[in-house]
Design a protein around this ligand. Structure first.
Ligand code: ADP
Length: 247
C-alpha cells in the first residue's frame, strides 16, 4: 500500500503569509492497474518554496504517484491540482511548467550533452537564441561544460543524472519533480548531485526572499511562504517506515 509522508523537517512550515495557495493540493489520490491498487488515497499539500518527499519501500507506489503529479498518468480517483490546473483537464499546460527527472535516465544517446538540452528545449517551443546561452548555463551548473560535446554513451552514471537534471531545468520550471535522483550512483557521484540540488534549492530560496522583499515593499501582492529542510532522507525513511533500505 502506498502512502505519502511529509518529510519536511523542523522548523515546521510556518503559516503561509497571506494564505499562499498550495502548488500541489491532492486529496484521496488513487491509482489502480486493473484490480491492483498501486496508490490508495494520498493526501498532499505542497506550498511554494517547500521541498517535499515521498517515502516508502519499493513497490509502495511512489513512482506511480509521481507520474500522476507530472501529468503523465491519469488518476483513478481523488482530486488533484498542479499549479492551479487539473492535469486531466490540461495536461500540456501542466507539463509546460514542470521539470521532471524520471527514475530511469531517458537521454537521447545519439546526441551530445549539449544537444540533449537544446532539443529538449525545442519541445517547449523555446527559440535557439534563448536556448544556446541557457544550455551553456545549465551545463556549467551541472559541472558538465567540458563534456558538452561528448555523446551520452561516453558519460558516467553520475554525469548522466546531472545532465537529466540540467535538461529538466531548461524551461525554468515552477515545480521540479525528481524520482530517486541518486539511485545507483556511487557515494562521490551522489554527493556531487546532492550538492547541485542544494544549490538549486538555495537559488529558489533566494528568489523567494527577493519576492518576499518585493511584497514587503509593496511592489507586488503575491503571497509568500518559505521552509528550510535539514534532514537526511535516509534517516527519515528508516525512522518512519521502520524498515531497512531494500532493493
Ligand atoms: P515505487 O516507485 O514506490 O517503487 P511503483 O509506483 O513503481 O512503486 O509501483 C507500485 C506498484 O504498482 C508496484 O506493485 C508495481 O508493480 C505496480 N505497477 C507500477 N506500474 C504499473 C503498471 N503500468 N501496470 C501494472 N502495475 C504497475
Amino acid at each position: 500500500m502506498a502512502r505519502a509522508t511529509r518529510t519536511t523537517s523542523s522548523p515546521s512550515p510556518a503559516a503561509p503569509a497571506g494564505g499562499a495557495a498550495p502548488v500541489i493540493p491532492a486529496r484521496g489520490l488513487r491509482k489502480q492497474y486493473g484490480d491492483f491498487h498501486a496508490v490508495q488515497g494520498i493526501d498532499l499539500e505542497v506550498r511554494p518554496g517547500e521541498c517535499f518527499g515521498l517515502l516508502g519501500p519499493n513497490g509502495a507506489g511512489k513512482s506511480t504517484a509521481m507520474r500522476m503529479l507530472a501529468g503523465t498518468s491519469q488518476r483513478t480517483g481523488g482530486e488533484l491540482r498542479i499549479l492551479g490546473i487539473d492535469p486531466e483537464e490540461d495536461g500540456p499546460a501542466v507539463r509546460a511548467r514542470l521539470g521532471v527527472v524520471p527514475q530511469q535516465d531517458n537521454l537521447d544517446e545519439d546526441l551530445t550533452a549539449r544537444e540533449n538540452i537544446l532539443i529538449y528545449g525545442r519541445y517547449f517551443g523555446l527559440p535557439y537564441s534563448c536556448l544556446r546561452p541557457k544550455a551553456e548555463e545549465l551545463l556549467a551548473f551541472a559541472q558538465l561544460t567540458d563534456k558538452a560535446d561528448a555523446k551520452v554513451t561516453d558519460l558516467s552514471g553520475g554525469m548522466k543524472r546531472r545532465l537529466v537534471i540540467a535538461r529538466a531545468l531548461v524551461n525554468e520550471p515552477a515545480l521540479f519533480l525528481l524520482d530517486e535522483p541518486t539511485t545507483g550512483l556511487d557515494p562521490q557521484a551522489r554527493h556531487i548531485l546532492w550538492d547541485r540540488l542544494y544549490r538549486l534549492k538555495e537559488h529558489a530560496d533566494t528568489l523567494q526572499q527577493d519576492l518576499a522583499r518585493l511584497v514587503a515593499e509593496g511592489h507586488v501582492t503575491a503571497p509568500v511562504t518559505q521552509l528550510t529542510r535539514r534532514a537526511s532522507l535516509e534517516d527519515v525513511f528508516l525512522i518512519l517506515t521502520g524498515r531497512t533500505l531494500v532493493d
